[in-house]
Design a protein around this ligand. Structure first.
Ligand code: GLU
Length: 373
């Protein structure tokens, strides 16, 4: 099955975690980086396009500063990232050079990708770089982000990048062998799971809590990334990144690590962007009837089904659509502002003009802008 799936892949996003790139003292491990670059050069020879999402800036900066622990405050993390990012790029540059490959640095923030225009600009830049035969190396622009506007972790970023880069596969290089039935560091009976057909709640629970000491992500963020990539129609393979030749083995279709199949209900790229890249600015609570119609019939949300609205957003804003219990089941772009929806809640579409004095249309969230989660 793996071979079949890999045959169709022309462009791959490879996510490399800090734990893979660094040794015990958090310094960059040039031997590992060298091996990774050998594998990447081989993929290029086979005609594959490669986009890297690489962590390791904070770790490399920390080692440069001689800090024995992970920096704690945000400015210290940002400073470490600024110092480490240049070291990281230099390491890749040096390791790629013997293979005749060149690299480019792309730093992104989630706010960048939340603007459709910037998102498309990033896509065009990546396309141009790949067209020149360059390997783009993406990291979060740590200098300007704080928690609320962060991608959260590079696992999440890599899943979003499969959309930006229109890639066919996400390969996650991490510091354990794949997804296990329990945390292998605590439970010796834990078994490696080679194939995940659907990321169910059980799978998410299995992944909960196993964090790393170097990067920010853990197994849970990797499973969440696989789910997001899957909804973009992209499979994820998670493998032990320090192992010699592991990228080549994974891309050959060997049974290494864990393969997550893409979801059968893939989203188009724009809807994927709405669901996963945009940050919602508020929520609209709807009644049971409206929830049923949205979930089962794929209709638009009308004002009559709206119970109430929370948050502040303008027309075009991204909103969570929640049932009467407050549980989010869909996400979309609103045709009306929060203030307008407050006045329209519970009314028929035919009354919109009378209530507001104008109307943009009959619906609050159009089905073309609505994604079930
Ligand atoms: N951007 C951070 C770095 O390069 C890593 C974030 C992460 O590990 O998820 O150090």
């Amino acid at each position: 099955m793996r071979r079949q799936l890999l045959k169709a892949v022309k462009r791959v996003v490879i996510k490399i975690g800090s734990g893979v790139l660094t040794g015990g003292n958090s310094a960059l491990d040039m031997a590992v980086i060298g091996r990774i670059c050998i594998d990447i050069a081989a993929l290029r020879e086979q005609g594959l396009q490669v986009v890297l999402v690489s962590s390791g800036a904070i770790a490399a900066g920390r080692s440069e500063l001689g800090l024995t622990e992970k920096p704690r405050t945000i400015p210290h993390k940002q400073a470490a990232a600024a110092i480490g990012q240049t070291r990281l790029m230099r390491a890749y540059e040096e390791a790629m050079q013997p293979h005749g490959l060149k690299v480019a640095q792309v730093l992104l923030t989630s706010e960048d990708l939340a603007s459709r225009q910037r998102f498309l600009n990033a896509r065009a830049t990546l396309d141009a770089l790949l067209g020149f035969g360059i390997i783009p190396i993406i990291n979060e622009n740590d200098t300007v982000v704080v928690d609320e506007i962060k991608f959260g972790d590079n696992d999440n970023l890599s899943a979003l990048v499969t959309n930006v880069a229109e890639a066919g596969l996400l390969l996650i290089l991490t510091d354990i062998d794949g997804l296990f039935s329990a945390d292998p560091r605590q439970d010796p009976a834990a078994k490696l799971i080679p194939l995940v057909k659907v990321v169910t709640r059980d799978i998410e629970r299995m992944a909960g809590g196993s964090g790393s000491t170097v990067g920010t992500g853990g197994m849970a963020t990797k499973v969440a990334a696989a789910r997001k990539a899957g909804r973009n129609g992209v499979a994820t393979i998670m493998v032990p990144g320090k192992q010699n030749g592991i990228i080549a083995a994974a891309m050959r279709g060997d049974e290494v690590g864990t393969l997550f199949l893409p979801s059968s209900q893939g989203l188009n790229r724009r809807k994927h962007w709405i669901a996963y890249t945009l940050k919602p600015a508020g929520r609209i609570l709807v009644d049971d009837g409206a929830r049923d119609v949205l979930l089962k019939k794929g209709k638009s949300l009308l004002p009559s089904g709206v119970l109430r609205v929370e948050g502040r957003f303008d027309r075009g804003g991204c909103v969570r659509v929640c049932g009467p219990d407050g549980k989010e089941f869909a996400r979309g772009l609103s045709d009306y502002s929060a203030g307008e929806i407050g006045r329209l809640a519970g009314h028929r579409s035919g009354e919109i003009e009378e209530i507001l004095g104008y109307r943009y249309g009959d619906v609050i969230v159009h089905r073309d802008n609505l994604v079930m989660l």
